[in-house]
Write a protein that binds this ligand. Structure first.
Ligand code: KG4
Ligand code: ZN
Length: 346
């Protein structure tokens, strides 16, 4: 049994998570401890995140082992997120994993956080396999990637300023909504008219067919400023409250359009027939519906369930199992890298 069990650990941002995976897809346990404290500050405070992870990680691992009816010595390997992420948070997970691997003589597997997101849908659907186009959208990242094979990725585009989820959160804040803004905006947008306010669709120029090496990049700060200016004008007219649902719907439509246009183009260019989503913004049903409609029936879209879409250790265990079975293990001198480059083609 031991040979097939991987303990996954994730502490790259503000979650503290541990999971035990048997084989490729059988999750024996999966614990995620989230930190509500950051809501007060309107965003993740790195020092607070790391301090709570230091406190929470051992109990979270213990809870994952107990839930699986296991002890630490029963697992065959320990997989841990080594980057990218917040350095203090990464250090907590990597140091814990190194200590446990050393004490028990277990192989240590270093996992790239974004690659783990790409593996997440595979836990639920064996067909979520390369080649595919991956769209990873969360509070910390916005990445469009082509996976030719596992471990062979081409990063097509990323954000030049705010991450997609960050844009939802910042717009939420300037609309006076609680943090995180994404779910609130989606909820209010259902009651609003997406055409009421003409916001610019970021990084989408008139002729999408023209060759532009930057086409796949994202930018959300201009859209955020456009919303801010509209909010100020409506405030001056005393009409902000009545326009709130329309502002949410119009902002959401513009943000989603930018994600959809680039994803559709990536699918056309790479010839992929699968799209894999990840990150908290993948919970947005309007985004998923728009992708379904524009990609058509010939392209299968894999949307992880909410627990697997956001940061979690199950996806780390899944990616770790892949690397471990290929003999790709790390030394005990492993150090986390907050800017770890994406593994693969370029
Ligand atoms: O993956 P995640 O839980 O944490 C990291 O950022 O790593 O993603 C959180 C982000 C937040 O920015 C949140 O506003 C956004 O995902 N989000 C959404 C929705 N649910 C969560 N954005 C748009 N629509 C949603 N339904
Ligand atoms: Zn993430």
């Amino acid at each position: 049994m031991r040979d097939s069990l991987v303990l996954g650990i994730e502490t790259s941002c503000d979650e503290t998570s541990a999971a035990v995976l048997r084989g490729e897809r059988e999750l024996l346990s999966h614990i995620i401890a989230s930190q509500d404290v950051h809501a007060v500050y309107g965003g993740v405070v790195p020092e607070i995140a790391a301090r709570q992870q230091l406190r929470d990680l051992s109990p979270v691992v213990r809870a994952a082992l107990v839930a699986g009816g296991l002890e630490l010595r029963d697992v065959g390997a320990i997989a841990v997120t080594a980057g990218p992420g917040l350095i203090g948070s990464l250090l907590v997970g990597v140091n814990w994993a190194k200590g446990a691997a050393y004490a028990l003589g277990l192989p240590l597997v270093a996992v790239h956080h974004m690659e783990a997101h790409l593996f997440a849908p595979n836990l639920e659907s064996p067909d979520a396999e390369p080649p595919f186009v991956g769209l990873l959208v969360s509070g910390g990242h916005t990445l469009l990637v082509f996976a030719a094979a596992w471990r062979a990725y081409r990063v097509l585009g990323q954000t030049r300023d705010d991450a997609a989820g960050e844009a939802f959160d910042k717009v939420g804040r300037l609309l006076g909504l609680p943090y995180p803004g994404g779910p609130q905006i989606e909820r209010l947008a259902r009651e609003g008219d997406p055409r009421r306010h003409a916001f610019p669709v970021p990084m989408v120029r008139g002729d999408q067919r023209a060759f532009d090496p930057d086409f796949y990049d994202f930018s959300f700060s201009g859209l955020k400023t456009a919303v801010l200016l509209r909010v100020r004008a409506l405030e001056a007219e005393g009409r902000l409250a009545e326009e709130l649902p329309h502002l949410c719907a119009s902002f959401q439509a513009a943000a989603i359009e930018s994600l959809v246009v680039k994803t559709v183009r990536a699918v056309e260019e790479t010839g992929a027939s699968r799209v894999v989503l990840g990150g908290g913004v993948a919970r947005n049903q309007a985004l998923v519906d728009a992708l379904r409609e524009r990609l058509g029936a010939g392209v299968e879209i894999f949307v992880p369930s909410p627990r697997l879409a956001t940061d979690n250790a199950a996806m780390v265990a899944r990616a770790g199992a892949f690397h471990w079975h290929r003999g790709d293990v790390a030394g005990l001198d492993l150090n986390p890298d907050p800017n770890l480059p994406f593994p693969g083609l370029a």
